[in-house]
Design a protein around this ligand. Structure first.
Ligand SMILES: N[C@@H](CCC(=O)N[C@@H](CS)C(=O)NCC(=O)O)C(=O)O
Length: 417
């Protein structure tokens, strides 16, 4: 019979035991219908782990919490396996690297990442300290890996499993290529192991992030505008704008390239008209605004998309979840001329689900939005099939922020217009 592991399916701490189980052949399965913030707060769960954190493993001899302890247990269930090495000194080195992965790497990655996700207060000196401690640890790891394929011995051990799970969240959220290119041995080690079948089966395809989450609610500083020199003669202005030899070319004002969306064939739908209708409809919203929307909607010139936050099990604190959504809408400012959106924060208890509906100019999600708004990759995107009445109705309910939505109350609904 399989051992039951209580955690969400994307929890990197749960991956440790699941990967160990792949190596040893022990059967471990995730608890069915686990809901972060709900399942781990029940009295039954708190009996297994009084702190209410995941993962927890249920065993015939009682529960175990702390992910490293769980992974060790799973690995030890199979006698004499290579995950623990073959000598006393191997055991000690494996423990050494497990502690290093947790206390010198994981801690600093999370101290860098969590404030940026709004889970902790963002303080620049604290971030600097976290990054510099992380660099120090990664440089030591890089030096070790310059002459070692694995952390200990000549095959994968539990230390590698725990190290890779911790590095995984780093590579996918904060460790950009420009950061890791100074650590070639860490890069080689990471990409080799995440592509081993036993890792890949659990972790899926890992992608290195190309940007670090911005500081919460920090807007990109807008380009300061040149003050208009009304009295300056035209010729003098031209002279002043000419770059000197060797001067940065970008000093010279260049005409702004047109957004490709402005070059699309005209549409019968005028986005501003819809936004006005949405904002000005106070009564009979369904009849007036929703029906009006479908009358205006032009599938040739626009497309509609559902989005679904990929990490809902992290939405355990209401104000953090709301800040995350507000930050997303602020960063979408660059698409104001080409988009309308509705974001719902669903549920009366954590973890909250974040789902939304977006209308974009053009038949695809605009490339510049994908490129410039990092939040886009935090959501699963699915085009609304407007020939399907159920999808159309779901879209209408989202615009209307109708409660209950899919059987649940709404914590909040935010509109981008
Ligand atoms: N040291 C613990 C960390 C566990 C942990 O922080 N779990 C998070 C999810 S990854 C959690 O359950 N958070 C919910 C809470 O803090 O209530 C381990 O490795 O298992």
């Amino acid at each position: 019979m399989a051992l039951v592991l209580h955690a969400g399916s994307t929890n990197k701490n749960a991956f440790k035991a699941l990967i160990a189980a792949e190596y040893t052949g022990v059967k471990v399965e995730l608890a069915k219908n686990f809901e972060m913030g709900v399942s781990n707060k029940t009295p039954e769960f708190l009996k297994m782990n009084p702190i209410g954190k995941v993962p927890v493993l249920q065993t015939p001899d009682g529960p175990i919490f702390e992910s490293n302890a769980i992974a060790r247990y799973v690995a030890r269930l199979k006698a004499d396996n290579s995950l623990f090495g073959f000598s006393l000194i191997d055991y000690a080195h494996i423990d050494q690297w497990i502690d290093f992965a947790s206390l010198e790497i994981d801690v600093h990655i999370l101290r860098w990442l969590y404030p940026r996700l709004g889970y902790l207060v963002y303080l620049p000196p604290a971030e600097e300290a976290a990054i510099s401690a992380l660099k120090r640890a990664l440089e030591a790891l890089n030096t070790h890996l310059a002459s070692n394929t694995y952390l200990v011995g000549h095959s994968v051990t539990l230390a590698d499993i725990i190290m890779i799970c911790n590095l995984g969240i780093g590579f996918s959220r904060v460790l950009t290529k420009s950061f890791t290119s100074a650590l070639p041995h860490v890069e080689r080690y990471f990409w080799t192991l995440v592509n081993q079948p036993n890792f890949k089966k659990i972790m899926g395809e890992v992608k290195q992030t190309d940007s670090i989450p911005p500081v919460p609610s920090a807007k990109k500083p807008s380009q300061p505008k040149e003050p208009k020199a009304k009295d300056e003669p035209k010729e003098a202005k031209k002279e002043a704008a000419k770059p000197e030899a060797g001067e940065e070319e970008e000093e010279a004002p260049k005409p702004k390239p047109k957004n490709p969306l402005d070059l699309l064939p005209p549409s019968k739908m005028v986005l501003d008209e819809w936004k006005r209708l949405y904002s000005n409809t106070k009564a009979n919203f369904r009849e007036v605004a929703i029906n009006g929307f479908w009358d205006m909607y032009d599938p040739e010139g626009y497309s509609l998309w559902f989005c679904d936050y990929k990490y809902n099990d992290e939405n355990t604190v209401s104000f953090v979840t709301l800040n995350k959504v507000s930050g997303f809408l602020q960063r979408m400012d660059l698409a104001r001329k080409y988009a309308f959106g509705k974001m719902l924060v669903i549920g009366s208890e954590p973890p909250y689900k974040v789902k939304g509906l977006w209308l974009f100019r053009g038949k695809e999600i605009p490339q510049f939005v994908i490129d410039e708004c990092y939040d886009m990759e935090l959501y699963e995107w699915k085009q609304v099939d407007i020939t399907d009445e159920a999808q159309k109705e779901r879209a209408s309910q989202m615009i209307e922020d109708q409660e209950p939505f899919e059987g649940e109350t709404l914590l909040d609904a935010k509109c981008f217009k």
